[in-house]
Design a protein around this ligand. Structure first.
Ligand SMILES: NC(=O)c1ccc[n+]([C@@H]2O[C@H](COP(=O)([O-])OP(=O)(O)OC[C@H]3O[C@@H](n4cnc5c(N)ncnc54)[C@H](OP(=O)(O)O)[C@@H]3O)[C@@H](O)[C@H]2O)c1
Length: 262
């Protein structure tokens, strides 16, 4: 596994495993498989309702806690301290590696202050945002005691967040790509440009997309419930894309929102 250093000095794996839309009852098995494959970053959220499954898997894996990086996300701006404690309890851990505000909820600066306190008390090691853009993002950055380590946003080859990525770079805030395959929408797995590149490297389109993010300094958290795909998505550390292939994929960008959420 390769790691990226966050703006607070903490190391985070450059590739993670996302568990959105995996029922809690199936999560333990999936996360156990992902850990077996070699994933060490697990991305969950209070809203997903599967933190307990993640915690069960980590416990059952026997892997030392400090070798696994857990990200979770706040589902509300009410009772934030209680929500953090609930996540700790469900994840069955003493600390959360990275806690994000899941989306702009209002009173975000007040939420941020409570998250900063959670860092000071050791319950959380790093804090960040998700789906924060424009003034909502600026408001946190301008007033933060602790700058956001990460902003997790919709990011795939059709939405490359070119100008926003530069803004994030100013505070060394890592862009983390949710839906790195756009959940397969818009024919991303069969895109002819990516498929042509994939055939020259003897790789799949999924692997080419993930490698593209890696080489752009972006952390990706693909989800799959199939072990063969977990393996495929993890097998990206043995090749590098040439500059002209990077450029060809960059040219696919349309800054196109595939979900209509943010
Ligand atoms: N912060 C946010 O607001 C937010 C929003 C959405 C997602 N996320 C996070 O980002 C993670 C990833 O996003 P996502 O799950 O929405 O979408 P995604 O990772 O772009 O796509 C997942 C879909 O692609 C399929 N897939 C995975 N690997 C494949 C491969 N190698 N070949 C063909 N199909 C493949 C999966 O099917 P199978 O499972 O059937 O294999 C699933 O249908 C989530 O799990 C979650 O942790 C965060």
């Amino acid at each position: 596994m390769e790691y990226i250093t966050l703006n607070n000095g903490i190391k985070m794996p450059v590739l993670g495993y996302g568990v959105y839309q995996i029922p809690n009852t199936q999560t333990k098995e999936c996360v156990l498989e992902a850990l077996e494959v070699g994933y060490r970053l697990i991305d969950t959220a209070q809203y997903y309702g599967n933190e307990r499954g993640v915690g069960d898997a980590i416990k059952a894996s026997g892997i030392p806690r400090d070798e696994i990086f857990i990200t979770t996300k706040l589902k509300s701006n009410h009772n934030v301290e209680r929500l953090i404690n609930q996540s700790l309890s469900d994840l069955q851990t003493d600390y959360i590696d990275l806690l994000l505000i899941h989306w702009v909820m209002g009173n975000d600066l007040a939420t941020w202050r409570i998250m900063e306190n959670a860092v000071h008390s050791g319950k959380v090691h790093a804090i960040g945002l998700s789906n924060f853009y424009g003034s909502a993002y600026d408001n946190i950055v301008k007033n933060a005691e602790i700058l956001p380590a990460v902003n997790q946003i919709e990011h795939h080859v059709l939405r490359q967040n070119k100008s926003f990525h530069k803004i994030l770079d100013k505070t060394e805030t890592i862009l983390e790509a949710w839906a790195p395959f756009g959940e397969g929408k818009a024919g991303l797995f069969t895109n002819p440009v990516i498929a042509k590149i994939a055939s020259t490297y003897g790789k799949t389109t999924a692997q080419i997309m993930l490698c593209f993010y890696l080489q752009s300094g972006i952390v990706a958290i693909p989800k799959s419930i199939h072990k063969a795909r977990m393996i495929e998505n993890f097998d990206i550390f043995d090749f590098k894309l040439a500059e002209d292939d990077m450029k060809a994929i960059e040219e696919l960008n349309q800054e196109r929102d595939l979900f209509g959420w943010y």
